[in-house]
Design a protein around this ligand. Structure first.
Ligand code: ADP
Ligand code: MG
Length: 375
């Protein structure tokens, strides 16, 4: 066997890229998350050739301080955490400090960036992770990352790329999810010059749903707003009459991150029990919020798995939240309560908390029996 050697940094970055950067959509996800972390309110994503030719992400966020730009492309260089203990309360989307290092090791990158207090911006060109040019540039506040010729120096990876149209739709799905996670950010996607998506960024989830899923789906949705101890769930679900043939339109976020979760799917669908035909599924966009220490964020960045410390509470929160929404939509929980102060509304709908208490007592026994197996 050959002598043991420590790998050089570009090789290490390419190995990391293999794990984090699988396809153009993974680049777009990382660049978009960086833009959101930089407090951008408007982000444009442009791709050509399915993203293999070019990906350009432009944001109006904080920009990167001139002296720190080369650092941003170093592995494990991040402005988002300082020590391991910060890992338990990560509020940003990124924190590993490896995305830009990984992306730049397998592409050619042009960066344009300017902070609000800098008199001019900075441009930087990198080839396979090495800075080859650097200059001043007139540009607006924020950052533009132009990634060209993705995987040009890793032909083995290139072979796994699908048709441009397949890669482009994976990019679009990625941006759509980010747009639904951040209705406060106006997100645009241009594919080969054609606009594919444009969200208003007005902070309303329903506006983002309208832009991403279409008018029909937006009209079929009813709002969810529930809480369970320190957990809360908000968002929209389709009314029972408006279902889908697949689970493709069930979108879940945990503390702003898109996840796939059998547990949350089960909790959602249980709420529709007896109201759905066989083989029909609700659509949803649900945001679960819980204290960071109850969820493990330190999972693989390219994966959408999530680990909850208390699965039962997560199930209950989503389940009763959705149940409350469906009951309200059907008008069944109109309860006669004491007149309000203004005296003219003798009826009102139960609050989420009131509903939760009532529903919990009523449904406990039956639901626990019928619960779906969880992972
Ligand atoms: P991470 O996001 O995990 O910190 P990245 O490699 O994605 O690591 O980015 C490294 C650093 O570069 C970030 O911590 C941030 O300080 C800076 N950065 C990257 N993209 C942007 C951007 N669009 N706007 C402002 N700063 C950015
Ligand atoms: Mg990042």
């Amino acid at each position: 066997m050959a002598a043991i050697q420590v790998l050089d940094s570009n090789t290490i970055n390419q190995i990391a890229a293999g794990e984090v950067i699988e396809r153009p959509a993974s680049v777009v996800k990382e660049l978009l998350e960086n833009a959101i972390d930089s407090k951008a309110t408007a982000i444009t994503v442009e791709i050509q050739g399915g993203g293999l030719q070019t990906i350009r992400v432009t944001d109006n966020g904080s920009g990167i301080v001139r002296e720190e730009i080369p650092l941003a492309f170093k592995r494990h260089a991040t402005s988002k955490i300082r020590t391991a203990s910060d890992l338990f309360q990560v509020a940003s989307l990124g924190f590993r400090g490896e995305a830009l290092a990984a992306i730049s090791s397998v592409s050619r990158i042009d960066v344009l960036t300017k902070t609000a207090d800098a008199p001019f911006g900075t441009s930087l060109h990198l080839e396979a992770g090495v800075v080859t040019e650097r200059g001043e540039a007139g540009c607006p506040n924020g950052t533009t990352m132009l990634v060209r010729d993705l995987f040009y120096n890793t032909p083995a990876r290139m072979k796994f790329m699908k048709r441009d149209s397949v890669e482009a739709s994976a990019v679009l799905s990625t941006v759509q999810r980010l747009a639904l996670a951040h209705p406060e950010v106006a997100v645009r996607v241009l594919r080969d010059g054609q606009e594919q998506l444009s969200t208003p960024g007005d902070g309303k989830l329903l506006s983002a749903i309208y832009a991403v899923m279409g008018r029909q789906t937006a009209q079929e949705m009813t709002p969810v707003d529930g809480s369970w101890d320190k957990l809360s769930v908000t968002g929209f679900v389709t009314r029972p009459a408006a279902t889908r043939g697949t689970r493709g339109s069930q979108i879940f976020f945990v503390n702003g991150r898109h996840v796939r979760s059998k547990l949350m799917t089960a909790a959602l669908e249980q709420a529709y029990r007896n109201q759905l035909l066989q083989g029909r599924f609700p659509a949803c966009v649900l945001h679960l919020h819980l204290p960071e220490h109850l969820v493990d964020v330190n999972v693989h960045p390219a994966k959408t798995e999530v680990r909850f410390l208390r699965e039962q509470e997560v199930f209950d929160c989503v389940h009763y939240g959705v149940l409350g929404a469906l009951e309200q939509a059907s008008g069944r929980v109109q309860m006669k309560l004491k007149p309000q102060n203004d005296g003219n509304s003798a009826f009102r709908t139960m609050s989420a908390a009131e509903y939760r208490a009532a529903a919990a007592a009523l449904l406990e026994a039956g639901l626990r029996r019928g619960r779906v197996a969880r992972h």
